[in-house]
Design a protein around this ligand. Structure first.
Ligand code: AMP
Length: 373
């Protein structure tokens, strides 16, 4: 895997609660006593968006870990139950594959706690407490449950909400509990999760003010350096595992010929003599430039310069393919290796669960006391 220096540097700070992580992370930008928490759903193999928006940042954070920092990375298996489910056996397989995928991108289980969300019951217990503070109006403004249930407008209208399940609607509250049960201070996520992190801070504040405490820190969003990765076929929506057109998604363990085919088919436009970043007028080309920029940890302008001599789609797309294939070679090989070592995966999860359990149990006892339980 190309590592391009695993120095992590958090650069641009556009507010005190959201930090856009720079391509070159710097250890000094994350406090030495930070508790860093994030999760990913086990809904199949990870794609390029998950990689650039989440797991590669996790790996960077592992590389920079300070002795007093805590790193916790989880598989959000309870969240995965809110969307159409695979069969049970497949789901079990996805949970295992998710652990293997995290390790394959270089998350180091000696430095980070790796576990399944469902193994730590305190997530669900805190979810309940927070749900007594979360207003329906606020949850109704969240966009993800609407896009997952194909609803266009905010609505509490019974007819429109129709078959939307409560779990999908209250998913961000569980997500807040996931973060707060560890009293996390930093949450590395991709662009699409900003809104849920705002809700997390809101719920932490609600809890603190309701119970006259300062128990929960307000966790900072650590935004991945790469902007949202979009579907190769419809670059007006994000790359997603659940896309019915699987040609639009590049998986971390796609074989080189599969990647080449998907990039060849990626929607672009009719301008051939130059390739520039213009997300409004050239969303397809811009998405590919964004992908290169993310992988190479270069600014968009640098990538534009690198491709400025190209004057046909064949060369441009071959270049994109080459960059992706080279970057994903390591994770693909490591994934295959880890999948052949189920005993090792179990051992990593067992240790991670014990570590997470201890923290969550202690914190929940304190939370219950604050609430009067
Ligand atoms: P999920 O697959 O929804 O569990 O997302 C796991 C992580 O991947 C989150 O931090 C998301 O922000 C990130 N992520 C998912 N899809 C994308 C995408 N298309 N582009 C960038 N980041 C993404």
């Amino acid at each position: 895997m190309l590592r391009h220096g695993c120095r992590v540097a958090v650069a641009k700070r556009f507010s005190s609660t959201v930090q856009r992580v720079d391509y070159k992370l710097d250890a000094r930008d994350i406090p030495n006593d930070a508790t860093i928490f994030s999760m990913i759903q086990p809904t199949g193999k990870f794609h390029l968006g998950n990689y650039l928006g989440a797991t590669r940042v996790w790996q960077d954070l592992c590389d920079l870990k300070q002795p007093d920092q805590k790193l916790l990375f989880g598989i959000a298996d309870l969240h995965a139950l809110t969307i159409p489910k695979p069969n049970v056996q497949e789901f079990r397989q996805f949970r295992n594959e998710a652990i293997a995928s995290i390790l394959a991108v270089g998350v180091d289980p000696q430095r980070a706690t790796v576990m399944h969300q469902s193994s730590i019951p305190q997530h669900s217990q805190l979810h309940w407490l927070l749900s007594t503070l979360a207003s329906m109006g606020y949850l109704n403004r969240m966009t993800q449950w609407k896009s997952k249930s194909n609803l266009k407008q905010p609505t509490l209208d019974a007819g429109a909400i129709g078959n939307v399940k409560l779990g999908l609607f209250s998913y961000p509250v569980l997500q807040a509990a996931d973060v707060l049960i560890y009293r996390a201070t930093h949450v590395p996520v991709g662009d699409d999760q900003s809104q849920h992190l705002e809700l997390t801070r809101y719920l932490a504040e609600q809890f603190n003010s309701t119970y006259k405490t300062d128990y929960f820190p307000l966790p900072k969003t650590l935004l991945a350096p790469t902007k949202k990765i979009l579907s190769l076929a419809s670059p007006d929506k994000k790359m997603s595992k659940s896309d019915t057109n699987q040609e639009s998604v590049i998986y971390v363990n796609d074989e080189p010929n599969v990647i080449a085919k998907k990039i060849r088919k990626a929607v672009t436009d009719s301008i051939m003599d130059h390739f520039n970043y213009d997300p409004v007028n050239r969303p397809g080309v811009s998405n590919l430039i964004n992908i290169i920029s993310g992988i190479q940890r270069k600014s968009i302008q640098e990538v534009e310069k690198d491709v400025s001599h190209m004057n046909n789609f064949k060369d441009f797309k071959n270049y994109v393919t080459e960059v992706i294939v080279e970057e994903l070679k390591g994770p693909r090989e490591q994934f295959a290796r880890f999948m052949k070592e189920p005993g090792y995966l179990d051992q990593v999860v067992k240790r991670g669960t014990e570590e997470a359990q201890e923290l969550a149990e202690n914190n929940y006892k304190e939370i219950a006391k604050i609430v009067g339980l």
